[in-house]
Design a protein around this ligand. Structure first.
Ligand code: DGY
Length: 322
């Protein structure tokens, strides 16, 4: 498809946090594809657009789909996760849903690795000590943390990002345990990963890293009972979705010293972070920056745009999820 058309595409967000113009990336591809770009915030949604390029902070449900009207053909989510999209409501209305797998795998696994090291070695606590002028000098007993070499790592969810995280920590890990719905023979062969039940993984791991998708099926898969199973020094890392963890139970486990530390990049009701987590000891908190690299966000913008173009052009989407 070349030249402009009267098909409009709604992009939910104009600016990337770094100040880079998302429209420049997505809009370029969309214009190449011959589509007019209506860069409006979602609340300004007017009926008649053929595609919505949404991001994971935008809930796409029946009301919004009905407001968009019959011209809507595709919701191209600007994320690999799509728990913000009501897939059934889209299917019922014949609206295709796509995501952006692959292009953010490295960036997200790297943040999980960073959180793992930062939490295990109490890096933020130590930096606060220094910045706040409380550091009185080298002390053989101060800021002792968990050594990661030869630690047992537990990876919950061995999809693309879990697999990449496992690859990154493999040189450090002693045992590498994982859970996954379908199993990952490649990770077993290439990385020596061992598939176990969730309970066993929690009981044996020194580091537990979450890489399962969000949604009802995984909601609060880590709650009080699961935290109780973890070792007293164990570190919990979550770069997947905040809904996987019962944050109240986690805050209590940290307060009670039931687990060693937690590193979180995602929260249940972003951007709200529960006060009890802010108050919890040994808890490192990042503002959902897993995929926040230039490479990753450019790739996501491009994939989202190409998916939208494909569907409104009558072609097969690259990354359909519904
Ligand atoms: C995703 O793509 O699902 C991420 O959470 C966005 O960073």
């Amino acid at each position: 498809m070349t030249g402009s058309s009267d098909i409009s595409v709604l992009i939910c967000r104009l600016l990337l946090p770094a100040g880079r113009d998302l429209l420049a990336a997505e809009g370029y591809e969309l214009r190449e594809g011959g589509l007019d770009v209506t860069a409006e915030r979602l609340r300004d949604l007017a009926p008649g657009c053929a595609a919505i390029v949404a991001d994971p902070t935008v809930p796409i449900g029946p009301d919004l789909l009905d407001a968009a009207g019959d011209d809507l053909r595709v919701v191209a989510n600007f994320a690999v996760g799509y728990d913000n999209v009501d897939l059934d409501a889209c299917r019922e209305r014949g609206v295709v849903v796509t995501n952006t797998p692959g292009v953010l795998t490295n960036a997200t696994a790297e943040i999980a690795l960073g959180l793992t090291v930062a939490t295990a070695r109490r890096a933020h606590e130590a930096e606060d000590l220094l910045r706040e002028g409380r550091w009185t000098g080298w002390d053989p007993g101060a800021m002792l943390g968990l050594e990661l070499s030869d630690a047992t790592f537990g990876v919950i969810g061995m999809g693309r990002i879990g697999r990449r995280y496992a690859e990154l920590i493999r040189p450090l890990a002693g045992e590498l345990l994982y859970t996954s719905r379908s199993g990952n023979p490649d990770a077993e062969e290439a990385l020596g990963a061992i598939k176990v039940e969730l309970e066993e993984l929690l009981e044996r791991s020194d580091v537990v890293s979450l890489h399962a998708p969000g949604g009802e099926a995984t909601r609060h898969m880590i709650a009080a009972a699961e935290l109780e199973r973890m070792k007293g020094h164990a570190v919990l890392v979550n770069t997947s979705r905040g809904t996987l963890v019962d944050s109240s139970a986690l805050a209590q486990a940290l307060q009670a010293g039931e687990i060693g530390a937690a590193g979180l990049d995602v929260f249940e009701n972003e951007p709200r972070v529960p006060q009890e987590l802010l108050d919890a000891p040994r808890c490192v908190l990042y503002p959902h920056i897993g995929s926040a690299t230039h490479t990753s966000r450019d790739g996501m913008a491009s994939l989202a745009a190409r998916n939208a173009i494909a569907v409104v052009s009558g072609d097969e989407p690259l990354n359909p999820v519904a």
